[in-house]
Design a protein around this ligand. Sequence first.
Ligand code: GSH
Length: 314
Amino acid sequence: MLVDGKWTANWHPVQATDNKGGFVRQISGFRNWITPSGDAGPTGEGGFEAEAGRYHLYVALICPWASRTLIGRALKKLEDVISVSVVEPELSDEGWRFAEPEALNDAGYMHQIYTKADPHYTGRATVPVLWDKNRNTIVNNESADILRMLNSGFGSLADNANDLYPQDLRSEIDALNERIYPRLNNGVYRTGFATTQVAYEEAFTEVFQMLDELEARLADRGPYLFSDRLTEADVRLFVTLVRFDAAYNGLFKCNLRRLADYANLSRYLENILAIPGIAKTVSIDHIKRGYYSIKALNPTGIVPVGPQLPFSVA
Ligand SMILES: N[C@@H](CCC(=O)N[C@@H](CS)C(=O)NCC(=O)O)C(=O)O
């Protein structure tokens, strides 16, 4: 990670732990918002007006949080408005690495993007990052915020046929996100990175309780979480489900059941994958190579050949 703008050699993919050996994710540091007028958003400062060609996303295809933003960009048809750089799937000794010096900022590593924005930055150099080419800084590095600003911050530059956070569903979406994030999205990480049996079992139980609950919900009111309305809650759930059998079931020891054993969740996954633009945000190759490169969990670095997945993507 970066400490006062310097890369520290004791980088470790396992983030902080609490006093029970549970995994604790870092809070994101840049929280400004792009808005149609350039006025400040809910947090941070103003001056980030929506403009075609001005903003850039740094993502990893292994990363579910970064994938939320790629899906938001695809659903709002912002591919020609916001450019993208993809890091290599394997974590290097200096964190995320670019295959070739990255064109926009001539960076070899993601941490250089952070120190370009703030030469004294302290924290982990995470993806996704939304970069402003005009002001040469990071707008925001929190995927939940970025997904919302892709939905409504780009005004007429976006295709607004699909509102991912409609006014009348906001409190229900917020409530559902608040259940799914700790138990499932982050729950699989809490399972995989637990350093005590008790923390592992607690997280494991919550993962499968949440999957069972969602399986039942889709039977009642599918095809999406809010019937026929696709929302950000679906985007946030999808990115975890699509990684489940390829990475979390094996590497993170979330192995009570496979996702393929859940009929409704499997159908849901396939429905979302069939939406134009979504399948190309998913790379099972990057997902497997990326997760299985985490040395703390897989010292040999061997990437499993299976499983055979019921859906096909690149
Ligand atoms: N709160 C962030 C979390 C992002 C995050 O944890 N990204 C991981 C990849 S999945 C990362 O970049 N990890 C690198 C590190 O921790 O050094 C978000 O949702 O945007």
